[in-house]
Design a protein around this ligand. Structure first.
Ligand code: SF4
Length: 208
């Protein structure tokens, strides 16, 4: 009997809903140029989600990491943001390895509901009420981004922050159609000064 084991299956193509060079509009790196790769697939089901087209995994072009590097090289981008959807529905090991070898700094945005894969320079963790995150994400998040749809989400965010490392950057971000919550968020941040407000500045700038 042979004792040769086959290598683990690795993902060589990913469903890419869209990819584009723009400015990061939200959170810690707001205003920083970055190449965005939005992967298809999400089963979290936020009712206020602004990218519901990303929920199905099927129906998006399948691109290899090398295809994506070729697109990114057409721009002066230094940072690449992998988002979704929920990008960790896919094994991102190969994608991050190829992008790292090409010299890019890698950021991700995740709900934390899936297993970690890949090699990251910045992890933005945005837990959602609709599907519980896995504990690992609290230990590795560089940034915690709590979306505020209703005022109760402010208190809800405090519980998540308590589970993060002390150095994790904390942001409340009003859901786009909940801008009327901004006065409440402002007062809450003033009374919880380790938090900051994040706005979706790319939407104000009318860029992707
Ligand atoms: S986790 Fe993100 S992509 Fe998925 S439903 Fe929620 S907001 Fe939309």
């Amino acid at each position: 009997m042979s004792n040769i084991q086959s290598a683990p299956t690795q993902v060589l193509q990913y469903p890419v809903m869209e990819h584009f060079y723009t400015l990061q509009g939200e959170g810690y790196w707001t205003g920083t140029p970055a190449y965005f790769i939005r992967l298809g697939g999400c089963d979290v089901g936020c009712h206020w989600c602004d990218v519901k087209e990303s929920w199905p995994e099927a129906g998006h072009p399948m691109l290899s990491p090398e295809d994506l590097v070729a697109f990114i090289r057409e721009t002066p981008a230094r940072r690449v943001v992998i988002t979704g959807g929920e990008p960790f529905m896919h094994d991102l090991t190969v994608l991050t390895r190829v992008l790292k070898e090409a010299g890019y700094l890698l950021h991700c945005e995740t709900s934390g509901t899936c297993l970690l894969s890949g090699n990251w320079d910045w992890i933005c963790f945005s837990p959602k009420k609709f599907k519980a995150p896995l504990p690992i994400w609290y230990e590795i998040a560089d940034e915690l981004k709590v979306i505020v749809y209703q005022n109760h989400d402010l208190e809800w965010g405090l519980g998540h922050a308590q589970r993060c490392r002390p150095e994790t950057k904390l942001f409340y971000q009003p859901e786009w159609n909940s801008a009327h919550r901004l006065p409440a968020i402002t007062e809450f941040v003033k009374s919880h000064p380790n938090w900051r407000i994040s706005l979706q500045t790319h939407k104000y700038l009318q860029i992707p």
